[in-house]
Design a binder for this molecule. Sequence first.
Ligand code: F6R
Length: 362
Amino acid sequence: EKAGHRHFMAKEIAEQPVVLADAISRYSTAEGALNLPEGLDFTGIDRVMLVACGTASYACHVAKYWFEQVAGLAAEIDIASEFRYRDPVLSERAMTIFVSQSGETADTLAALRYAKGKVAKVVSVVNVPTSSIARESDLSLPIHAGVEVGVASTKAFTCQLGVLALMALKAGADRGRLEAAALAAHLEDLRRLPGLLNVSLALSEPVTALADELARARDIIFLGRGAMYPLALEGALKLKEISYIHAEGYASGELKHGPIALIDDQVPVIVMAPRDALFEKTVSNMQEVMARSGKVLLLSDAQGIEEASPGVWQSLALPEVPPVWAPILYAVPAQLLAYHTAVAKGTDVDQPRNLAKSVTVE
Ligand code: F6R
């Protein structure tokens, strides 16, 4: 059942190229058109509100950047346990999007019930199409990741991102922000991603070589800018969940507003820096860390590493990727770092202490 892998998590990480390709091809055509459910219409929508818990909320956080950048559509994010009790202001022109692997998370379901009838449409993005969240939505999009057994979410995250990316493109098209040619170019880029994920899976080997040292750390910091900021949060969550090492994700620009006080030669700092418009800024934050003897692990493409690596502790080279979709690709090394560090520590990777796969009570 683990298909030759030591843990379900390893199997599910390795499955990502296949399931992501499946998810993308269900909602788009090889000819460069979208194929989303008819009811998903952003005409007249002035705001999307994305709500979820945990890893699913980081998928929403990435999607916020996409809706803003690709579709010029205002996007808000919230975690479900806050949204449901906060008296959020809704309107008939808002669309709410609830994201959940299980479709049974109590807080997300309660948040959905709060929004129902008060917004233009309640949409959900789920892995279990028969789940409560799917059934109670006006419209539900399955992510087609297949059954996820490992408590730490991996393939569901990348498939959530894939589906949310297509939804952002639809919003761009509906709002007249994306011409057919630009849309087709984005779709071509997205359809190439599963192949790049496959290449990134080869990082398993160099990550294993680093894992013993990471496993000895007491604290680990993840940094990213733009849509890589939520990936820093996800990398830190995944690591603490299964290795029990204290980890924090920060927006690189926040470093000097506090967290830099933590840096010394014992603290690994994992910098997620695809070569995008913000690359130089992230590199300069990274240099501030190195000036304080921080042990930097740089994740970038080969050229980024060549430009920025003097002085770093270690680096991991990813394939080049269109910057907008980089978060999908960088999810893989984030997962591999958590997985191999946990294996090196000898923790129960698939069933980490204190955690349940589906959180059906608040
Ligand atoms: C992290 C993880 C959790 C879930 C969260 C939401 O690896 O698995 O943070 O993402 O409990 O669960 P779903 O997506 O089922 O609503």
